[in-house]
Design a binder for this molecule. Structure first.
Ligand code: B12
Length: 212
């Protein structure tokens, strides 16, 4: 679909303003938001990833592409928030310590909101103590951790240890995800669940919380 290609191309160009306009246009035209995210924005980000890997672009281009993508997600997010206030569960989400990637985490947040969860987003570079404090303060049912760097996978393990140490493991389920994370890694770090993308993140969370 032409508008989805245009969204993808403008994520690659890093034009946040145009991406926001196109996403709004696609929504007005009745395109489903899952398609806007996957066939528009994520497609553009995949091109950026490939170009970075091949040394065709550098950090600034990646950064502006992510900013453009987040501008598109900002348009989608309010549409996903449920109008009623009876939440199906509470989720604390964040990107682990030393990792600054937030696009995938933001998509997971949006999908959780859309499924009726109350979401507490701690942002990026979140320390184990911050996860523990937020989970305790908000009585979280689920802690969702994202990482995009192989180097920061051990920080997931460290966070899970801190959650266990704080005595929260029995009442809170833990999910991990992000491009380098697999089922095996999820098991190794001691998570309860893993999902490869934001749609399946919600499905898996519901299974873990006995909501299906
Ligand atoms: C954009 C980007 C950046 C931007 C991030 C800006 C931002 N606001 O996020 C900037 C420029 C800051 C950046 C910096 C770096 N980056 Co970078 N970056 C990327 C890039 C191109 C896209 C990431 C992205 O947004 N993907 C799109 C989203 C939608 O995908 P996703 O995050 O995987 O999320 C999906 C799933 O994984 C899942 N998911 C995500 N989180 C969670 C959580 C849970 C609980 C669940 C269940 C599911 C889930 O759902 C999402 C949607 O379905 C990737 C390349 C790539 N192909 O991924 C490299 C990449 C991740 N970066 C990489 C690197 C090396 C770096 C740097 C170290 C570069 C450097 N030399 O400085 C720094 C690290 C900075 C830091 N400390 O974090 C490498 C990582 C290699 C590795 N395996 O360790 C990659 C893979 C590029 C590459 N091919 O080399 N980067």
């Amino acid at each position: 679909m032409e508008i989805l290609n245009e969204i993808s191309e403008n994520v690659v160009k890093g034009d946040a303003h145009v991406v926001a306009e196109l996403v709004q246009g696609a929504l007005n035209g009745g395109v489903h938001l899952q398609r806007i995210m996957n066939e528009g924005m994520v497609k553009g980000m995949t091109v950026i990833g490939e170009r970075f890997k091949n040394n065709e672009i550098y950090l600034p281009e990646m950064m502006v592409a992510a900013r453009a993508m987040n501008a598109g997600l900002d348009i989608i997010e309010p549409l996903m928030a449920k109008s009623n206030t009876s939440y199906v569960g509470k989720v604390v989400i964040g990107t682990v310590r030393d990792d600054l990637h937030d696009v995938g985490k933001n998509m997971v947040r949006i999908m959780f909101k859309g499924a009726g969860f109350q979401v507490f987003d701690l942002g990026i570079d979140v320390s184990p103590d911050e996860f523990v404090k937020a989970a305790r303060d908000n009585d979280a049912d689920l802690i969702a951790m994202s990482t995009l760097l192989t180097l920061t996978i051990p920080n997931m393990k460290e966070t899970i240890k801190a959650i266990e140490g704080a005595g929260l493991k029995n009442e809170t389920k833990i999910m991990v995800g992000g491009a380098p994370v697999t089922h095996n890694i999820a098991d190794q770090v001691g998570a309860d669940g893993y999902a490869p993308d934001c749609a399946r993140a919600v499905e898996r969370a519901k299974e873990l919380l006995g909501l299906t």
